[in-house]
Design a protein around this ligand. Structure first.
Ligand SMILES: CSCC[C@@H](NC(=O)CCC(=O)O)C(=O)O
Ligand SMILES: [Mg+2]
Length: 365
């Protein structure tokens, strides 16, 4: 496959409702899509970086800049997805930008040979159970209405965003109102080890996990916290690679891992993290970054891997967007179907993509 160039396409996707976490509130996604053009096929990748460096150090303008000035020029002699990582290995970090361009090349390569991404990754399911992430709300009542609505839609697992001052009470209220539903929480690094006794107050609520309670660099702190609470600790922001996953598991810093291909540099590394976790009997699940149907399609393929034994944040398109840029993913009895055609198995709809496009840039090789 001969690559001829890449398009950087910026789109603005308004959210159906504000999504509040411990690090801020999202109302519109400023998304960077990457289109790989080769002599045989085209492919798409979605960069999951947010508008500001609040989830991690990456942000979307920086991703566009590093792709334009460093990553795309470095791919001139690359002719397959497995060559992208090595060609970019001399550049530090910017894993979300690396993931977007690697996925675009992978999609093009697999489409050219009509090979579905799910089969390539080793999927063992043709549909995946879906969880949903629920933001911090202004009141317990508003939270209970939102959770009730998602349960009615069929979501099989509820994840609550928490932060100091919004944790035990919301969890208690959801447990009291909805009984023994699958329930977990995500702190996005909002606590410190000195909060251990407070976080132990979540133990009676039989949560599936508590996600990333401490700073992403405090792996030892998570190991200490895991000794002081009974809720299983799940890591998200800390797990940037298979190597980081192996170290965190060896240090007993996590009992569960949230895999996000954008966070770790792409689907090939995501598969490697999956394999490290499976080898250590650590359950994994596919996390989300409010992806459009492009990223969502590839995430659903990952969620179909054998080690993904917990429902992921692979919600339907309408969880975040009134109109997706692809044929929308719709929940069917709490599940999403795994795409079966070549590559990621979906492509942007021309009119819908044009309607949200804010800029496009062609980078020839
Ligand atoms: C804007 S918050 C994005 C990161 C967050 N993602 C979610 O909560 C799931 C979002 C989704 O459903 O895609 C996480 O830390 O897991
Ligand atoms: Mg998380």
């Amino acid at each position: 496959m001969k690559l001829t160039g890449f398009e950087l396409r910026r789109i603005s996707m308004p959210l159906v409702s504000p999504f509040r976490t411990s690090f801020g509130t999202e109302t519109t996604r400023d998304v960077l899509l990457v289109r790989a053009v080769s002599t045989e096929a085209e492919g798409w990748g979605e960069c999951v970086a947010m508008s500001g460096p609040l989830y991690s150090s990456e942000y979307v303008d920086a991703a566009a800049d590093v792709l334009r000035r460093f990553f795309v020029p470095a791919l001139a002699s690359v002719d397959s997805a497995v060559g992208v990582g090595p060609a970019l290995s001399r550049f530090h970090g910017h894993r979300m930008a690396k993931a977007a361009v690697e996925t675009a090349v992978l999609d093009a390569e697999l489409r050219a040979e009509n090979r579905p991404l799910a089969r390539e990754l080793g999927a063992v399911r043709d549909r995946v159970p879906c969880g949903v992430s629920v933001g911090i709300m202004d009141s317990i009542g508003e939270l209970l209405d939102a959770v009730g609505g998602y349960l009615e839609q069929g979501y099989v697992r509820i994840k609550l965003k928490i932060q100091p001052g919004w944790d035990v009470e919301p969890v208690r209220a959801v447990r009291e109102q909805f009984g023994d539903i699958l329930l977990q929480v995500d702190a996005n690094t909002a606590y410190t080890l000195s909060d251990a006794r407070h976080l132990a107050r979540l133990d009676p609520f039989d949560l599936l996990l508590i996600e990333q309670p401490l700073d992403e660099e405090d792996v030892l702190g998570h190991a200490d916290l895991a000794q002081q609470i009974s809720t299983p600790v799940c890591l998200d922001e800390s797990i940037t690679s298979a190597r980081a996953a192996a170290a965190a598991i060896r240090l007993r810093a996590c009992a569960i891992v949230n895999i996000k291909p954008g966070r770790v540099g792409g689907y090939l590394e995501a598969r490697r993290i999956h394999d490290v976790c499976v080898a250590n009997d650590i359950p994994v699940w596919c996390g989300g970054m409010l992806e459009t149907g492009i990223g969502r399609a590839a995430n659903v393929a990952l969620a179909a891997l054998p080690g993904c034994t917990l429902p992921g944040d692979t919600s339907a398109s309408d969880r975040y967007f009134r109109t997706d840029i692809t044929v929308p993913f719709t929940l069917d009895n709490g599940h999403l179907p795994v795409p079966t055609s070549g590559g990621i198995g979906i492509e942007p709809l021309e009119a819908e993509l044009a309607a949200v496009t804010t800029s496009t840039e062609w980078l020839p090789l």
